[in-house]
Design a protein around this ligand. Structure first.
Ligand code: ADP
Ligand code: ZN
Length: 429
């Protein structure tokens, strides 16, 4: 099923022509922003004589630069044309501001409509949108696209988890959208309440990294098929990239975004199959065009050709380059720790990671909840489990960690994006 078949399946040669046209338009739009005007003129690039080869000469735009433009320094239209403001979540620092024209809001809804239609949702579905509504782009972003395709939308937002479970059952919810962390919490509460969630069949999860083992866990506990959704405020919000029914990578809407993958150290371009940082140039954004925005997110382009006929996919996001923990020379992403822990039946899915510096050496401590079925009321004779968990972490991550087993239900639960890593090294040495 397609929402906009022509755009979704544009042949590569036509796509290239369209992208080039839209890149020119975007450069023109960016010339309204003093920051870009200066950059482009320094690089000797103008919209009129732009060629694709010029792309590599445009300097990257970083999150730091967006912060320096706070609040409206990157807007390319007068404020009276801006109909909405959102901000980023501020996961890696002060939140930055994004603005939308009426046309931007329409374009954004269209991309979400494509995503939802692609996974078979439509007028017969009841959609519980359990993402934050407000300045966070997640809630409102999905809301408009979901209405556009005619689903019955419940703007449930986050929190009040027992009520969310009741709503699924009372209103016959068929599809739910949330962060994977919150979905896991929903599953846990549903089990406590003895709720069967019979009508639920689809889960859409995004806004933070989540592993394949987390997918399996959510699918079996919620009785759903789970899809990955990736986006960011700088690309409108969610919707830019989404799994199709194949669930082997995420399609990107290439008529709306021009993608590059770069080596984060050298800035050099990487090809399909080479993992690096995603750099995005939105092609249709009016209020806030961006040129070569460094997302900080680690992924790779996949070889072209999906049975569904849509354009080139990226692999699931491993994490942000900032999330990568370097412990005694070993690189680890929290999503890799999650993947390992979820494969072990003895422990639950909730964990916290603490990094300390002890005698000039980095130490990683993982607090992980025991699985309810392995917890008999007290934490004794658990040395064996503890050893097993740390042995497997060492084998798979190549890293020695200290493992603390804690009682089920004692670690924090998250309604939005999870914060599972606490780096206590700062200021220690
Ligand atoms: P912030 O960067 O402050 O969290 P946003 O709310 O705009 O602001 O979140 C966008 C970021 O969330 C992305 O850059 C990415 O790091 C993360 N993200 C979003 N969706 C996914 C996903 N499906 N998988 C992994 N990470 C994701
Ligand atoms: Zn596909």
């Amino acid at each position: 099923m397609y929402w906009n078949r022509t755009m979704e399946t544009l042949p590569p040669d036509e796509l290239e022509v369209l992208q080039k046209k839209r890149l020119k338009w975007t450069i023109k739009q960016a010339e309204n922003v003093p920051f870009y005007q200066k950059r482009l003129s320094e690089a000797g690039i103008s919209a009129d004589n732009f060629t694709l080869e010029d792309m590599a000469r445009i300097p990257f735009t970083t999150k730091k630069e967006l912060r320096e433009g706070y609040p409206f320094g990157f807007f390319a239209v007068p404020m009276r044309k801006v109909v909405r403001i959102h901000t980023t979540s501020g996961t890696t620092g002060k939140p930055t501001v994004v603005g939308y024209t009426q046309k931007d809001i329409e374009n954004w809804a269209e991309l979400i409509a494509r995503d939802l239609t692609m996974i078979g949702l439509g007028e017969d579905d009841v959609f519980q949108n359990a993402l934050g509504y407000g300045l966070f782009t997640g809630g409102l972003g999905f809301h408009y696209g979901a209405e556009l395709i005619g689903m019955t939308v419940l703007p449930s937002a986050t929190g009040n988890t027992r009520r969310q479970i009741e709503m699924i059952e009372d209103f016959g919810v068929t599809a739910i959208n949330s962060t994977p962390s919150y979905a896991m919490h929903l599953a846990e509460v549903a089990e406590d309440m003895g709720a069967g969630l019979e009508t639920l069949r689809v889960g859409i999860f995004g806004a933070e990294p989540w592993s394949d083992n987390m997918r399996r866990e959510l699918e079996s506990r919620l009785g759903i098929t789970a899809y990955d959704s990736y986006g960011m405020s700088e690309m409108y919000g969610p919707g830019a990239s989404f799994e199709c029914r194949e669930r082997s990578g995420l399609h990107f809407w290439h008529d709306a975004y021009y993608l590059e993958i770069i080596d984060p150290e050298t800035g050099e371009g990487l090809g399909p199959g080479e993992r690096g940082e995603l750099v995005v140039t939105p092609l249709i954004k009016e209020a806030m065009p961006l040129l070569r925005f460094r997302t900080g997110d680690i992924t790779m382009l996949l070889e072209d050709g999906c049975p569904c006929g849509r354009g080139q996919k990226i692999s699931r996001i491993l994490g942000r380059s900032d999330d990568m923990l370097v412990i005694r020379g070993v690189n680890v992403f929290p999503s890799q720790i999650e993947h390992v822990l979820l494969a072990l039946p003895e422990v639950g899915e909730q964990f916290m990671v603490y990094i300390d510096r002890v005698k000039h050496l980095d130490e990683m401590t993982i607090d992980v909840e025991l699985h309810r079925e392995y917890f008999s009321g007290e934490l004794k004779d658990l040395a064996k489990v503890q050893k097993k968990v740390s042995d497997i972490l060492r084998e798979t991550l190549g890293l020695r960690t200290r493992v603390n087993l804690v009682e089920p239900g004692t670690l924090p639960r998250f309604e939005g994006k999870a914060k599972r890593v606490v780096d206590r090294r700062t200021g220690v040495w």
